[in-house]
Design a protein. Structure first.
Length: 191
């Protein structure tokens, strides 16, 4: 994909305020994700894909009901990742779609969907690939409700804890993976 902006414009041209919010949030997530990639050159991540997928991960919000962030659709907000994934698959971007459907929270398991009676198909939506995990992690630092600030890890942990032990453990694993540095002896140093 060469031009993610044209895809966003295709769906958001009639809603310039929502488009501006989406672009601002997505750019924040993309920049953080790219910084993580830069900090880990040993991962040899496809940075172009990371940027594109980060810019498109929330494309489904336009169809959701979340007036506080200018979304006046009819779907519950929890479905924005799934809706975005369907849209991206329809547009011919299945790899980008996986990022969209797996970035919510620290991912969602079928067990959590059942226990919380979430309006999603009963299956796992867990970030699996390294790129999916990077974007899922980066996304948690930025809220569309408060686009002016970056969240800190402690607050993110507290939020994840509210969604249960499983969600918190996945977040802690993502945090460990994204912040670990390796020294010459290949031992791990956590910042």
């Amino acid at each position: 994909m060469n031009d993610y902006l044209s895809l966003i414009d295709k769906y958001y041209a009639e809603q310039p305020e929502l488009k501006a919010l989406l672009l601002h949030h997505s750019r924040q997530v993309a920049d953080k994700a790219l910084a993580i990639c830069a900090a880990h050159p040993e991962w040899q991540v496809d940075k172009q894909f990371v940027e594109e997928a980060a810019m498109l991960h929330d494309i489904g919000i336009i169809f959701c009901d979340a007036p506080g962030i200018l979304c006046h659709g009819t779907e519950p907000y929890i479905r924005h990742g799934l809706i975005g994934a369907e849209l991206l698959r329809k547009e011919g971007f299945p790899k980008h779609a996986r990022v969209a459907e797996r970035h919510t929270g620290s991912g969602l398991s079928a067990k959590e969907i059942e226990e919380q009676q979430l309006p999603l198909p009963m299956q796992d939506y867990l970030p699996e690939s390294l790129e999916e995990r990077i974007i899922c992690y980066a996304d948690k630092f930025f809220s569309k409700s408060h686009p002016e600030r970056e969240e800190n890890s402690g607050n993110i942990r507290r939020k994840m804890e509210k969604f249960g032990t499983e969600s918190l453990q996945r977040w802690l694993q993502l945090e460990y993976e994204m912040t670990a540095k390796h020294n010459q002896a290949n031992s791990i140093i956590i910042h």
